[in-house]
Write a new protein. Structure first.
Length: 155
Protein backbone atom coordinates (compact mmCIF):
# COMPACT_ATOMS: atom_id res chain seq x y z
CA UNK A 1 0.00 0.00 0.00
CA UNK A 2 1.18 3.53 -0.71
CA UNK A 3 1.80 6.14 1.98
CA UNK A 4 -1.31 8.03 0.82
CA UNK A 5 -3.45 4.89 1.06
CA UNK A 6 -2.07 4.13 4.52
CA UNK A 7 -2.67 7.71 5.67
CA UNK A 8 -6.28 7.52 4.42
CA UNK A 9 -6.96 4.64 6.84
CA UNK A 10 -6.57 6.78 9.96
CA UNK A 11 -9.76 7.01 12.02
CA UNK A 12 -11.59 4.36 10.00
CA UNK A 13 -12.97 0.96 10.91
CA UNK A 14 -10.95 -1.61 9.00
CA UNK A 15 -11.59 -5.22 8.09
CA UNK A 16 -8.84 -7.54 6.88
CA UNK A 17 -9.40 -10.79 5.02
CA UNK A 18 -7.15 -13.82 4.65
CA UNK A 19 -8.62 -15.44 1.55
CA UNK A 20 -8.17 -19.16 1.04
CA UNK A 21 -9.72 -21.56 -1.41
CA UNK A 22 -12.07 -22.99 1.24
CA UNK A 23 -12.28 -20.36 4.00
CA UNK A 24 -11.85 -16.63 4.47
CA UNK A 25 -10.39 -15.42 7.75
CA UNK A 26 -11.83 -12.13 9.02
CA UNK A 27 -10.49 -9.57 11.50
CA UNK A 28 -11.71 -6.05 12.29
CA UNK A 29 -10.50 -3.06 14.28
CA UNK A 30 -12.08 0.00 15.85
CA UNK A 31 -11.71 3.57 14.56
CA UNK A 32 -8.93 4.31 17.02
CA UNK A 33 -6.99 1.25 15.79
CA UNK A 34 -6.55 0.01 19.35
CA UNK A 35 -8.31 -3.34 19.30
CA UNK A 36 -8.07 -6.05 16.63
CA UNK A 37 -10.77 -8.72 16.88
CA UNK A 38 -11.33 -11.84 14.86
CA UNK A 39 -14.73 -12.64 13.42
CA UNK A 40 -16.19 -15.99 12.35
CA UNK A 41 -14.71 -17.31 9.13
CA UNK A 42 -16.64 -17.02 5.89
CA UNK A 43 -16.90 -20.18 3.83
CA UNK A 44 -15.49 -19.41 0.36
CA UNK A 45 -18.57 -20.51 -1.55
CA UNK A 46 -21.01 -18.85 -3.94
CA UNK A 47 -22.57 -16.92 -1.03
CA UNK A 48 -19.27 -15.53 0.32
CA UNK A 49 -19.76 -12.06 -1.17
CA UNK A 50 -23.28 -11.77 0.27
CA UNK A 51 -22.00 -12.79 3.71
CA UNK A 52 -19.10 -10.34 3.40
CA UNK A 53 -21.44 -7.49 2.43
CA UNK A 54 -23.65 -8.22 5.46
CA UNK A 55 -20.66 -8.42 7.80
CA UNK A 56 -19.23 -5.12 6.54
CA UNK A 57 -22.60 -3.44 7.11
CA UNK A 58 -23.03 -4.98 10.58
CA UNK A 59 -19.51 -3.98 11.69
CA UNK A 60 -19.78 -0.56 9.99
CA UNK A 61 -16.57 -1.20 8.04
CA UNK A 62 -15.09 1.79 6.20
CA UNK A 63 -12.23 0.04 4.38
CA UNK A 64 -11.54 -3.56 3.40
CA UNK A 65 -7.98 -4.90 3.26
CA UNK A 66 -7.38 -8.18 1.47
CA UNK A 67 -4.13 -10.06 1.90
CA UNK A 68 -2.31 -11.23 -1.20
CA UNK A 69 0.78 -13.48 -0.78
CA UNK A 70 3.23 -11.58 -2.99
CA UNK A 71 6.23 -13.46 -4.27
CA UNK A 72 9.61 -11.72 -4.46
CA UNK A 73 9.97 -12.59 -8.14
CA UNK A 74 6.43 -11.34 -8.97
CA UNK A 75 5.26 -14.75 -10.19
CA UNK A 76 1.51 -15.31 -10.13
CA UNK A 77 0.53 -18.64 -8.62
CA UNK A 78 -2.94 -20.21 -8.88
CA UNK A 79 -3.82 -19.02 -5.34
CA UNK A 80 -2.70 -15.46 -6.13
CA UNK A 81 -4.79 -15.56 -9.29
CA UNK A 82 -7.81 -16.83 -7.32
CA UNK A 83 -7.39 -14.06 -4.74
CA UNK A 84 -7.08 -11.42 -7.47
CA UNK A 85 -10.34 -12.65 -9.03
CA UNK A 86 -11.99 -12.54 -5.59
CA UNK A 87 -10.78 -8.96 -5.11
CA UNK A 88 -12.28 -7.90 -8.44
CA UNK A 89 -15.65 -9.43 -7.47
CA UNK A 90 -15.51 -7.72 -4.06
CA UNK A 91 -14.81 -4.35 -5.70
CA UNK A 92 -17.90 -4.81 -7.90
CA UNK A 93 -20.12 -5.65 -4.92
CA UNK A 94 -18.94 -3.31 -2.15
CA UNK A 95 -19.00 0.47 -2.26
CA UNK A 96 -16.15 0.91 0.23
CA UNK A 97 -12.44 1.15 -0.66
CA UNK A 98 -10.71 -2.20 -1.08
CA UNK A 99 -6.93 -2.33 -0.72
CA UNK A 100 -4.46 -5.14 -1.14
CA UNK A 101 -1.78 -5.86 1.46
CA UNK A 102 1.16 -8.20 1.22
CA UNK A 103 0.35 -11.15 3.43
CA UNK A 104 3.24 -13.43 2.67
CA UNK A 105 3.84 -15.66 5.68
CA UNK A 106 0.80 -14.40 7.67
CA UNK A 107 -0.51 -17.95 8.15
CA UNK A 108 2.91 -19.16 9.27
CA UNK A 109 3.16 -16.24 11.69
CA UNK A 110 -0.39 -16.95 12.91
CA UNK A 111 0.68 -20.50 13.80
CA UNK A 112 3.75 -19.22 15.63
CA UNK A 113 1.68 -16.72 17.63
CA UNK A 114 -0.81 -19.42 18.61
CA UNK A 115 2.01 -21.70 19.79
CA UNK A 116 3.74 -18.88 21.67
CA UNK A 117 0.53 -17.83 23.42
CA UNK A 118 -0.25 -21.36 24.54
CA UNK A 119 -3.15 -22.21 22.24
CA UNK A 120 -3.58 -25.97 22.52
CA UNK A 121 -2.76 -28.08 19.47
CA UNK A 122 -6.35 -29.30 19.17
CA UNK A 123 -7.64 -25.70 19.06
CA UNK A 124 -4.94 -24.71 16.52
CA UNK A 125 -6.12 -27.54 14.27
CA UNK A 126 -9.76 -26.45 14.41
CA UNK A 127 -10.85 -25.39 10.94
CA UNK A 128 -10.76 -21.64 10.51
CA UNK A 129 -8.77 -20.74 13.63
CA UNK A 130 -5.52 -20.14 11.75
CA UNK A 131 -7.46 -18.28 9.02
CA UNK A 132 -8.91 -15.92 11.63
CA UNK A 133 -5.51 -15.38 13.21
CA UNK A 134 -3.87 -14.82 9.80
CA UNK A 135 -6.45 -12.08 9.08
CA UNK A 136 -5.59 -10.51 12.45
CA UNK A 137 -1.87 -10.63 11.54
CA UNK A 138 -2.58 -8.89 8.21
CA UNK A 139 -4.59 -6.18 9.99
CA UNK A 140 -1.96 -5.77 12.72
CA UNK A 141 0.77 -5.32 10.11
CA UNK A 142 -1.24 -2.67 8.25
CA UNK A 143 -1.96 -0.81 11.50
CA UNK A 144 1.75 -0.87 12.34
CA UNK A 145 2.49 0.71 8.96
CA UNK A 146 -0.12 3.42 9.59
CA UNK A 147 1.39 4.14 13.02
CA UNK A 148 4.90 4.37 11.52
CA UNK A 149 3.96 7.15 9.10
CA UNK A 150 5.56 10.54 9.78
CA UNK A 151 3.23 12.79 11.79
CA UNK A 152 2.26 15.05 8.86
CA UNK A 153 1.20 11.99 6.83
CA UNK A 154 -0.98 10.76 9.66
CA UNK A 155 -3.15 13.87 9.75
Amino acid sequence: MTHAELASLRGKRLCALDVGLKRIGVAVCDEMHILVSTRPIIENTATALDVLRERCATDRIDVLIIGVPRLHDDRVTPIIEAIQQFIERVRQVLSIPVYEADEAFSTKEARSIMVATGVKKKKRQTKGVKDQMAAAVILRDVLEEVRSLPTQERL
